[in-house]
Write a protein that binds this ligand. Structure first.
Ligand code: NDP
Length: 406
């Protein structure tokens, strides 16, 4: 019998709650996810999700109100509900506080996005890697980045290193949302986190060094399976920081994401008028952060699902050597927005994040994955996770590819 405490009742939390409940229903209420608690800042959002989960699966999940930045209140909650693992799908700002509460209570930890300080748009692993020894000494596991990217993309690389290549030299992670939600401008996950990420400088790693580029200044066309040709832009993304350490022999790693012209025009205007600023400005005598105000004006990512059409395609183009020959493979998943909505009332970006979070938690809780300390997901055996992706809704393909990404 194991008990998961999910923190964060947003778009991703909704998917995680549904997927954990589906496993519970399959196991007739015993074993992994025998008990599920969903806690968040606004408890009414937890209750709405709990009702949807019950209607869809017949499984009852408990709910609780929590401010996850209050380490002592969170430690009390973890102890009161008897959680074996805390699955963090709140915001990156909460990561360190939730890790502190896990340390205080001796509870395993999992997240999907690395820590970011509120006042600097900078996401790096060093803050969380600093917990390695303390987690190890406490005999608990902290699994970092068990979403899609980071998450599945890291596992694709570990799988390629284990089964497809003798040496991996180049990785290009490509992320395309070829869907249409019918809104003039909206983000597919938390707008504040998303816009901070996109408006930051691009960065890639080559021959042991990081190289910076101006935001969205490097781009090219790529033909995404079942979607077609799309313009993709070089960006910084956190999984590169751990992959360049963990994939031995790697010479270069880059990350690319597609954006439509309409989206980029909106973003440029918002940036030019100051609406993407993260420092407070005084308005009518009160400090407000423009990006937080903009978030309040934009559609909730979780609400986009209903009319969303089309596919996402996220994967890794990997070049290296096998049996003395240079080869290139593309490992990817296509996910259908409308199918996700039918299954768990979510759009594909929430779905592709929530399903891997559930799989990572399941593998820890059922004892398949165990490594005390703070671990990036590519450090673990990729096979049970890859199998889980096929079982729980994110089937993957491996194809040969001869297109060179410039
Ligand atoms: P949302 O903004 O939809 O949801 C975040 C939830 O966290 C909200 O319910 C919010 O509460 C809650 N929350 C915020 N602060 C606190 C706090 N202090 N205490 C308790 N709860 C809090 O975000 P998403 O669901 O879109 O994203 C969730 C996470 O997933 C993010 O960290 C995001 O970066 C990550 N992500 C990872 C991806 C990957 O592939 N690896 C892809 C997409 C997202 P309230 O409702 O009150 O605001």
């Amino acid at each position: 019998m194991s008990h998961v405490l999910i923190i964060g009742a947003g778009g991703v939390g909704n998917v995680v709650a549904h997927k954990c409940a589906m496993v519970n229903a399959e196991n007739q209420g015993v074993g992994t996810f025998a008990k599920i608690t969903l806690a968040s800042r606004t408890v009414s959002k937890c209750q709405t999700i709990a009702k949807d989960v019950f209607d869809a699966t017949g499984v009852t999940i408990d709910t609780a109100q929590i401010d996850a930045d209050d380490v002592s209140a969170l430690s009390d909650l973890i102890q009161r509900v008897g959680a074996d693992l805390v699955l963090n799908v709140a915001l990156p700002y909460q990561d360190l506080h939730i890790m502190d509460a896990c340390l205080a209570t001796g509870t395993d930890y999992l997240d999907t996005a690395n820590y970011e300080p509120l006042d600097v748009a900078k996401f790096e692993y060093h803050w969380q890697w600093a917990y390695r020894d303390r987690f190890k000494d406490a005999g608990i596991m902290g699994l970092l980045g068990s979403g899609f990217d980071p998450g599945v993309t890291n596992v694709y690389c570990a799988y390629a290193a284990k089964h497809l290549f003798d040496e991996i030299h180049e990785i290009d992670i490509v992320d395309c949302n070829g869907g249409d939600h019918g809104k003039a401008f909206a983000t597919n996950f938390n707008p504040e986190i998303n816009i901070r990420e996109i408006t930051s400088k691009g960065k890639y790693w080559q021959d042991g060094n990081w190289h910076e580029t101006e935001p969205l200044s490097v781009h090219q066309t790529f033909d995404f399976p079942n979607i077609g040709q799309r313009e993709m832009y070089l960006m910084y993304h956190e999984e590169m920081e751990s992959l360049c350490e963990n994939i031995k022999g790697l010479k270069r790693i880059r990350f690319w994401m597609t954006f439509g012209q309409e989206y980029l025009t909106h973003l440029r205007v918002l940036k030019n008028v100051g609406m993407t600023r993260i420092d407070p400005v005084i308005y009518q005598g009160r400090p407000i952060v423009p990006l937080q105000f903009l978030k309040a004006m934009l559609p909730e990512p979780g609400s986009l699902g209903e009319n969303y059409q089309g596919l996402t395609c996220i994967g890794c183009v990997i070049k290296g050597v096998k049996n003395g020959r240079v080869i290139q493979k593309f490992i990817y998943n296509n996910c259908n927005h409308a199918a996700c909505y039918r299954e768990v009332k979510a759009q594909a970006v929430g779905y592709t994040t929530g399903v891997p979070a559930m799989i990572g938690a399941k593998l820890i809780l059922d004892g398949t994955w165990r490594m005390d300390g703070v671990v990036n997901i590519e450090q673990l055996d990729p096979d049970p996770f890859m199998q889980g992706l096929n079982t729980y809704g994110l089937p993957w393909q491996v194809v040969d590819i001869d297109v060179d990404i410039k």
